[in-house]
Ligand binder design. Structure first.
Ligand code: CO8
Length: 262
């Protein structure tokens, strides 16, 4: 049965194998309430479990991708025992735990938890009107769902420190120069551009795509030598897949491969 919480994130299944997840609390600039994050976690679980879906796009509505965690909701919690007791932020791991690739299509504000959500995705495409930032310092707190860890990996120490310690907003163009986003596209086209990338990814063998994603992500957590060993194992593992055989066969026969596990 559909609940009100369900509507906080809309899931559209496209025939191309791409799921479009739309954050849908426009009146609050898609502030990421507990309910919204629970709905997002549930929809991502559905995407991972549905073999007809190969990749996902997460996008916002109107003026915002997401203007942060829900400040009013968080403010209602008093003290450490409240936030720890409720395990505030528990649903956030669902994004990085999703095995299928996720493209963030960011238009408007991606602030605080919104910037952290975009960074938990695999690729960020920004509209030219996108604004990123970690403004928590202005509220007397600090990023709480990966911002301090993911931003430094994305843009290096000096920029990460400046952005986190000043709380200033970052334009799409600066985010692209710094390597936070992979490209900037004209306003109004960000969702379709992100979907195109997701469709390209969805056209390849799904298990192979997921192995590649897992490998790239391992680089953020391991030493180089360990990461290279991990990569070698997964590379060898592709020899166990029909699709690896088909890809090589198609090349030698000068034809397009037909993936079994699309
Ligand atoms: N939380 C709750 N409500 C919000 C949020 C938010 N993060 N952002 C905007 N809203 C609400 C506003 O209160 C307003 O509601 P109402 O109409 O009822 O007054 C509505 O959305 C529209 O917003 P504005 O009128 O402010 O729109 P403007 O265009 O004037 O301003 C801004 C847009 C600049 C984005 C402004 O809304 C703003 O500064 N928002 C807050 C940005 C921010 O500080 N984000 C960081 C939040 S802290 C955080 O994310 C910590 C993450 C780690 C912990 C995660 C815990 C779950």
């Amino acid at each position: 049965a559909a609940s009100a919480e369900d509507d906080l994130v809309l899931l559209e299944r496209r025939d191309s194998g791409v799921a479009v997840l739309t954050l849908n609390r426009p009146k609050a600039l898609n502030a990421l309430s507990d309910g919204l994050m629970r709905a997002l976690a549930e929809k991502l679980r559905q995407v991972d479990a549905d073999s007809s879906l190969k990749a996902a796009v997460i996008t916002g509505t109107g003026k915002a991708f997401a203007a942060g965690a829900d400040i009013k909701e968080m403010h209602s919690r008093e003290g450490y025992s409240d936030v720890r007791g409720e395990n505030m932020l528990a649903h956030w791991n669902s994004v990085s735990n999703t095995r299928k690739p996720i493209v963030a299509a960011v238009g408007g504000f991606a602030l605080g938890g919104g910037c952290e959500l975009a960074m938990a995705c695999d690729i960020i495409i920004a509209s030219e009107d996108a604004k990123f930032g970690q403004p928590e310092i202005k509220l007397g707190t600090i990023p709480g769902v990966g911002g301090t860890q993911r931003l430094i990996r994305a843009v290096g120490k000096s920029k990460a420190m400046e952005w986190i310690l000043t709380g200033e907003m970052i334009s799409a163009q600066e985010a692209e120069r710094a390597g936070l986003v992979s490209r900037v596209v004209p306003a109004g086209t960000v969702l379709e551009e992100a979907v195109k990338i997701a469709e390209k990814i969805a056209s390849f063998s799904s298990p192979v795509v997921q192995l590649a994603k897992e490998c790239v992500n391992a680089a953020e957590e391991t030493s180089l030598a360990e990461g290279i060993r991990f990569e070698r194992h997964l590379f060898h593992a592709t020899w166990g897949l029909d699709d690896r055989r088909e890809g090589f066969q198609a090349f030698s026969e000068k034809r397009q491969p037909t993936w079994k596990h699309r």
